[in-house]
Write a protein that binds this ligand. Structure first.
Ligand code: ARG
Length: 593
């Protein structure tokens, strides 16, 4: 077996952030030129059971099995070929896994190299930056945002932050539902009630919602009312100036109410191009799809069948209704086209409820066929869907009288519950400080309750659970951060100050905390690959727990300067990673709690 690795090259590789990659790199340098392994060999480096090591290379077993070689012997060959280093020890486990136990000096070098947010960010940033549209929130105008919209807003915001952190160019687009049949009913009700839209009182959006409800009742009562509502819609769609002005005003009122929620949540958009923006961009879509024979007329409607697909071969994608009107599918097709042509986007991520899975699957299939017929590269399309928020009764969450819960009420309740917690703990805190903490804790709790679960699952909304100081909650993470700040206050050192020591992580608790840091890039990778923030959330919870057991076992303010410094460094790195992660999830951190 030849040993072609360059020891100097290896040394720098070894301190790179993601040590799973570096161990992988070392193994590859040895195996690619080896007669026993060759280029195809996959080292498969993973975090190991901490009793045996820090990382484990699992690739020998499947490789040996396929080649009909004894895996333990092959593992021994690989181990013998690895370069001598004082950065780790290796051992063979089970039928042929190789364990790597990192040495204290490895950890110390790592801690020194990754001393601030920038160096950590640089280590995880992408080599292939993409232009990514994140399409999220997307409430419908003339209605208040209900609790149903919170998941898209929270998950979308977090994914946008994550991708931005990784170095992608992110475009945040709020695809408002601002064009559709609801306006016929609403315009009809406004006119019948003779309401002036600038005199709707203190809560105009609630008033509009009531008008819509009233209109709905009327059209169900009598045929002729329905006809009138339809007439209003046709007028609007044909550009009637009175109806257009009313529609514009409704949109403004709605937008104001959405903006107040986005402001509370700290969410922003680069664009809010709703469905109405595309209303004059749909004719070319029909023409294009017809000319490529991707769609066809069916009972007066224009539809796309996907014969190769089990369900969609019988259930077509309707892109023009039989009355000639465009729909959600049409505007979504025009939206893809716009985002590709105008923004040159590489990827589009749609964050919506799981009930829209069929819609997006059909949309994506249609786009694929359309772009490939035109030999154009389509943006890669991703539907990030989520489950329902449930009440105590395991049904979609509602108010006591069966109405959907208004998002604004929910956020206000979160803040007011957190305010009580803050005051209980520190009754004489200044008012501004109470408000700041209440907001951070209350909103953090609501966000994290959502982001700490696999998004595809439904979850039960529980104030007690999400606001608990113990367990996988935002207050628990925020408390860990505040505790680290208080350690630095006591030490009279700033957490950002660069410290240096000769004392290497030796004790179990020092080692196991330092080890946890090394898994951060892998977690970021997985979160990005699956677009599931709970991977990051769960890691942060584990890190906070690890920190807490380190702190219970290892006194920081010890006499020996070198040991104290190492422990402060461990606290500082825990803080940086917690802050980076919580910021990606949109959870504010506090210096005191
Ligand atoms: N307005 C839609 C809804 O309330 C969400 C929009 C999602 N984005 C899209 N391009 N279809 O469900």
């Amino acid at each position: 077996m030849t040993l072609s690795s360059n020891m100097l090259g290896l040394r720098t590789m070894l301190i790179e952030f993601d040590s799973s990659d570096t161990i992988e790199g070392v193994i590859r340098t040895v195996t690619t030129t080896s007669e026993h392994f060759g280029e195809d060999f996959q080292p498969q480096v993973r975090p190991a059971d901490p009793r045996f090591g820090d990382f484990q290379a699992n690739g020998v077993l499947p490789f040996a099995k396929k080649a009909g070689i004894n895996p333990r012997e092959l593992a021994q060959k690989l181990m013998d070929a690895l370069p001598q280093t004082d950065l780790w020890e290796t051992s063979i486990a089970g039928p042929g896994f190789i364990n790597f136990k990192l040495s204290p000096s490895y950890f110390l070098q790592w801690l020194e190299k990754f001393a601030d947010t920038e160096s950590i960010q640089k280590a995880v940033q992408t080599e292939n930056p993409q232009k990514v549209v994140v399409d999220f929130s997307g409430p419908n105008t003339a209605k208040q945002m209900h609790v149903g919209h919170i998941r898209s807003t929270i998950i979308g915001e977090s994914l946008a932050r994550l991708l931005h952190f990784l170095g992608h160019e992110v475009i945040r687009d709020n695809h408002l539902g601002d064009w559709g049949t609801q306006f016929g009913i609403l315009l009809y009700a406004i006119k019948r009630e003779k309401i002036a839209l600038d005199q709707l009182g203190p809560d105009p959006i609630a008033k509009l919602e009531n008008l819509y409800r009233q209109g709905n009742k009327w059209i169900k009562e009598e045929e002729c009312n329905l006809a009138e509502a339809r007439e209003e819609l046709v007028k609007l769609q044909n550009g009637d100036s009175e109806n257009l002005a009313l529609w514009q005003k409704i949109k403004e009122i709605s937008m104001d109410s959405f903006l107040s929620i986005y402001e509370i949540l700290g969410v922003h958009f680069d664009h809010s191009l709703g469905e109405s923006f595309y209303k004059d961009k749909i004719d070319p879509i029909y023409e294009n799809l017809l000319s490529h024979q991707i769609c066809k007329e069916d009972e007066g409607a224009l539809v796309v069948f996907h014969p190769e697909h089990k369900r969609f071969s019988k259930q077509p994608f309707i892109i023009r209704k039989s009355d000639g009107a465009s729909n959600y599918a049409t505007t979504d097709l025009a939206t893809v086209e716009y985002r590709k042509n105008e923004w040159n986007s590489d990827q589009i991520i749609y964050v919506t409820d799981g009930r829209q899975r069929d819609h997006f699957e059909q949309l994506f299939l249609t786009v694929q066929k359309w772009y490939s017929a035109e030999k154009r590269k389509s943006p890669s399309l991703e539907h990030v869907w989520f489950g329902t928020i449930l009440g105590d009764d395991n049904k979609a969450i509602k108010t006591r009288d069966g109405e959907p819960i208004k998002l604004i009420d929910l956020l206000n309740e979160a803040i007011s519950r957190a305010r009580k917690m803050v005051i209980e703990k520190k009754p004489d805190l200044a008012e501004v400080e109470i408000e700041k903490r209440a907001k951070a804790i209350g909103l953090g709790a609501v966000r994290y309750a959502d982001l700490s679960q696999d998004r595809t699952l439904d979850y039960v909304f529980s104030w007690e659970k999400m606001l608990a100081m113990q367990g996988n909650t935002a207050p628990y993470l925020q408390y860990a951060v505040a505790r680290i700040h208080s350690i630095f206050r006591k030490a009279q050192v700033l957490p950002t100050q660069i410290l240096s020591t000769h004392y290497q992580p030796n004790t179990d608790s020092e080692r196991s905390l330092a080890r946890k840091f090394l898994f951060f890039p892998g977690v970021i990778k997985q979160t990005t690959k699956e677009l599931k923030p709970h991977f990051l959330g769960c890691y942060l919870f584990e890190l906070a727990t690890e920190f807490s057991s380190f702190y219970n076992q290892s006194k920081v303010m010890v006499e020996e300067e070198e040991i104290k410094t190492l422990r402060l460094i461990l606290c500082a790195r825990s803080l940086i990673i917690l802050q980076i992660g919580m910021d990606i999830l949109g959870i504010e951190t506090l210096e005191e709690m």
